[in-house]
Design a protein around this ligand. Sequence first.
Ligand SMILES: *Cc1c(COP(=O)(O)O)cnc(C)c1O
Length: 430
Amino acid sequence: MVDRNLSSKLYAAAKEVIPGGVNSPVRAFKSVDGDPFFVQRARGCRIWDVDGNEMIDYVGTWGPAILGHAPSAVIDAVHHASKEGLSFGIPNRHEVEIARTIRDYVPSVEKVRMVNSGTEATMTAIRLARGFTGRDKIIKFEGCYHGHVDSLLVAAGSGALTLGKPDSAGVPDDFAKLTITLPFNRPEAVEEVFEKEGDQIAAIILEPFPANAGLIFPKEGYLQFLRDITEKYGTVLIFDEVMTGFRLAKGGVQEKVGITPDLTAMGKVIGGGLPVGAFGGRADIMDHLAPEGPVYQAGTLSGNPLAMTAGITQLKEMERLNGWERLDEIGQVFEDGVRDTLKELGRDLSFNRVGSMFCLFFTEEKIENVDDVKKSDFNAFRKFFWAALDRGVYFAPSQYEAGFISLAHGAEDIARTTEVAREALREALA
Ligand SMILES: *Cc1c(COP(=O)(O)O)cnc(C)c1O
């Protein structure tokens, strides 16, 4: 039995002063029926909890830690920048540098604005699409998570799914009414809505590879279909690449599949571990933002010099290390290990992977949308999670979350993980 005594004490203390003891719901481990551990420190692909337990980490702070934890290049750069001041609220040169970098990397981005979280990025992208088109309605897809924006907390993924509360209290019906929610990967559902009210749809927002309901891939031609139909009706196509951007390729899914959205929401990797989001796209749309245009958006800490420095440095390191290509290679080795193990156990569980992102589903169902994910054996997942954690491998504490591999995951770490996964699967599927 692994000792998590100090974590338990901290959790009890946290619950007295923080709702549910956490600052973001999935961290509470509700869907695996247990208490979270508290982290002491993290380095490379490893984290240590306050009780001294060491784990190989596949959560990577939910995506940002693409180089691994605490990369010295980023820490040194942030340390250096901090000596010039922590925040200015006045333009600084780091903002120009990161904007140029994003424009160079992301095919659809002509102009970009920096914010402080992925939620802010999607929230503003929606407002901007509405301001630009003069229309109110938006389309989102079941299981796609876009942060905790009121109008997007309808049939959302991630924590909203994990907790079995697709709709949040506190969101007025009148807001939700303007959000049309459709099943992913079903072009006919989208067609039907556009035939009826296409001239009222301001935007379609989606995760091009949905990764907050496990990991789901679009069917052949689906993203192109969405591009075509939005173009036809003058609707803004928004890719939420908060998770996939700068991770699956330098320019995210849009680079990988060669489809150009009008606007893109970004976050996670772009902050290098500090709180950063961004949204960008066509200049004629972006110029509708204040102070040039009528759509208001602002932020006291937006473009923060330390956060910009962390993001720029992380991306430069990725480039220097040929990171995206290497992650594809590490991901392939990881996948081979999982597939061999499943074969050995005689179980045909669905396993999806692209580059450094993966999800093992406790179902043999082919995964096309969130309804398929819901067929998973959640009890087996829970057993698997704890069996792996007790052996020192930390996977995300929910069937609805993807896993992340970083550049710090070496061959030995992957081999150890495969071994642990085999034992944990045996235990969970017994
Ligand atoms: C994490 C995430 C968000 C929200 O970002 P926060 O920084 O947590 O507000 C939005 N969209 C997607 C696809 C995400 O994965």
